[in-house]
Design a protein around this ligand. Sequence first.
Ligand SMILES: [Zn+2]
Length: 610
Amino acid sequence: MSANSSSQGPKTVTAVKTAVFKLHNPTQRKRAMLNHALLRNHLAYTKALKAAMPLVKTLVETELQSRVTDKELTARERSTHARLRKWERAAILKKRILSAIGGMPICGASRAARSLPGSIIGQIESYLELHETHATVGLPTVQPLRRDEVPYEQALHALVSSHTVEQEEAARIELMRASRAGQLRPLLYSGNRAHDGFLLLRRETDNRYFIYLNLVPETSRFCRLTKVEQRTPSCRRIENLINMRTGEVVSFTSGTGCLFPIEFGRDYQDSEFLRRGSPLSAQLWKRGDRYEVQISFEFKAKQIEPKTILGSDRGIYNLASLAVIDQDGGVIERKNIDGMNLRMVQRAIERKHQQLQRRGKSFTGAARRHAANEAVHVAANAIVGLAAKNHSQVVIENLSGLASTRGKRRRSRFNRILNRAQYQKLQKVLSYKLAVAGLPAAREVHPSYTSQACPFCGSISAENRLKTVTSDGVQTHEFKCVSCGFSDDADLNAARNIALKRLWRDGLSPALRTVNFNEVPENKSFSSFLKFRAERRGERACDRKVGSSGRAGLDAQYEDGEVAPGGNAVEPRSGSNTHASKNLPTMQSAVSPSDENSRPLAKSVRLPDG
Ligand SMILES: [Zn+2]
């Protein structure tokens, strides 16, 4: 993933994102073609690299020599010389490589300039670069195709019997090398062409995706000149295949390639998102008996200068809560993203997990991962959508100060809907989705006190988030300021405060930005900042109670539950908060049947121990 300004103008950003797809159940014939293409490509690579090796050795010599002579030149001249040498090197290497693979029965894609010769030249260039700093680095090699168990056993034995750090390190490298043997090199596709590249295609009628891969040369026994559409029974009825790069409807004749339906990869891939990109290049891999293509997409977007701030809070009741504020802290738009689906799946899975455990069976958790992945993308899409609409700078929680809960027993079901790992995934997904939308990368702020602060009077107190239980036993998920009486949805208020806290931190002088939250002078504190902004907006709590809701939900007990004591050096958790949390009733009472009944979606889900 990279984002940078393109040369066409300062207002356009280009981002690249790779997605992995699996070729869907290839027929035996197609498998044979794939294996054939990969094997030929691997052999050609081996041969070409061998042919280039003597040249590489002399290149190393001349490179070292020219570096000595370069010493007398200016830095500018030196870089020009180096660039010239690199260009000359590439030309010589390419000639060698092409003559080595000239008569080999490889497909047009392998032969294409940037595929096989390009990757060998790249490998040699990176070797030369490495050689500059690490003179001991080994020459580039190709993994042998035959997997020999002897070297593996030897390496394993060497690792077990090693007794110094150096020995162990060498044995580990050797073991890795031995275990990699037997793997075919990937086949690289650099162009969107039928005769020597790949085409990513979409069927309009059912929105299915296909990839056309050039696999065999025209001289191959596999080559049959038939219409691509008629090649396989499963694709016979395809009428509208849209080229994802050009948007044109394609129908062409080719005997040198195959059309494969593709599955969205191990990771959840957002097809709507990918449709906005343009496929650049692809790599075909064989892993075990499955075939994968990694496709890089290029995205171009107009750069957006942020005018507002969007705070995002991981909800307890909601998947995420979003609030867009202006520079004065006034709310422009807010939104709760429902996490009910994920919560339901999680509960159902937990129940099943317990059943399986009782019977002594193991549990894979694939369904949980799938639901979580989808939730992450739902949240990311909502955040990016709202940010693009309001031209916002996205601000999210910084979790680096929080201790990992890994290995510890989960204290409660009523934790954040997105756990720590899922939230980290959300951050990653956000980073490329924001780049593709032309928005700046998300900024972070530590979430402490954001659930307890009142955006009107600036009062910060754990009691602002005390749980209230109505007469029928339903717990409300509400923020209520004990000083001024302002009340609001707790998650939305926290989201707003996350945005406000970023605004506050950015307004501080550089010296104060590193200071502990509680040690910022009173007149510059978050509290007075909130009060001041509210006054500037001319708003009072009694004038404006934004979307206050008495929805059933959860209390503040787990608000900062993941903060380890002293885990965060910048803004440690307040003692009063800990005290307040301890005095709250236990979570058992929160799992009341009425709580469940108030949510129609959750009706059918019985709690494991409720
Ligand atoms: Zn208040």
